[in-house]
Design a protein around this ligand. Structure first.
Ligand code: S3P
Length: 178
């Protein structure tokens, strides 16, 4: 672990449909951490849905809101942050999270992601004539960022509970190695 890091929090990154919110809630409960979800916070602060922000103001405004939130969270401790799928690929969000949090990436195959998101309609980036191809290209572009996480957990063959237990295990291990 780099020594300019003081790990007191946990951040989950990963593509849409990898289970960050469900796993995050469970893992936060196991650790007795406060659970925060960047999408939920942005929605409650603005009083608007993510889809509405993308439609009316565009993705850049949404990314600026995410960046502002990441900067604010740097002052907190004992929080588990579930991040939106694009958050670690923008600005210096990943570097900022790494200063105070163990960053765990939840990974899933393209097929699994599709299986999980194909019946959900709330994600503006998948509101595309060919959402399957969009997943393929976004995942390819984002993979280098996701792979900068401290730990990668494959979610394909695990239940959400098993993934949460794995996340907690990794956090405790990192705490002991600090
Ligand atoms: C996004 C993922 C979404 C949400 C927004 C953009 C992305 O969050 O932040 O729709 O760029 O991948 P989830 O990963 O929780 O679906």
């Amino acid at each position: 672990m780099q020594n300019d890091r003081h790990i007191v929090n946990l951040a989950l990154i990963g593509f849409m449909g990898t289970g960050k919110t469900s796993v995050g809630r469970l893992a936060a409960e196991f650790l007795n951490f406060e659970f925060l979800d960047t999408d939920e916070l942005i929605q409650s602060r603005t009083g608007r849905t993510i889809a509405d922000i993308f439609a009316r103001e565009g993705e850049a405004v949404f990314r600026a809101l995410e960046q502002q939130l990441v900067a604010e969270l740097a002052g907190r401790d004992k929080i588990l942050i579930a991040t939106g799928g694009g958050l670690p690929t923008h600005a210096d969000n990943l570097a900022s999270l790494k200063r105070h949090a163990l960053v765990v990436c939840l990974w899933a195959s393209e097929d699994k992601i599709w299986e999980r998101v194909c019946h959900q309609g709330h994600r503006p980036l998948l509101n595309d004539p060919d959402p399957r191809a969009k997943i393929h290209s976004l995942l390819a572009a984002r993979e280098p960022f996701y792979k900068q996480a401290d730990v990668l957990v494959n979610t394909d063959l695990r239940t959400m509970r098993e993934v949460a237990q794995q996340v907690v295990h990794q956090y405790r291990f990192a705490q002991h190695s600090q």
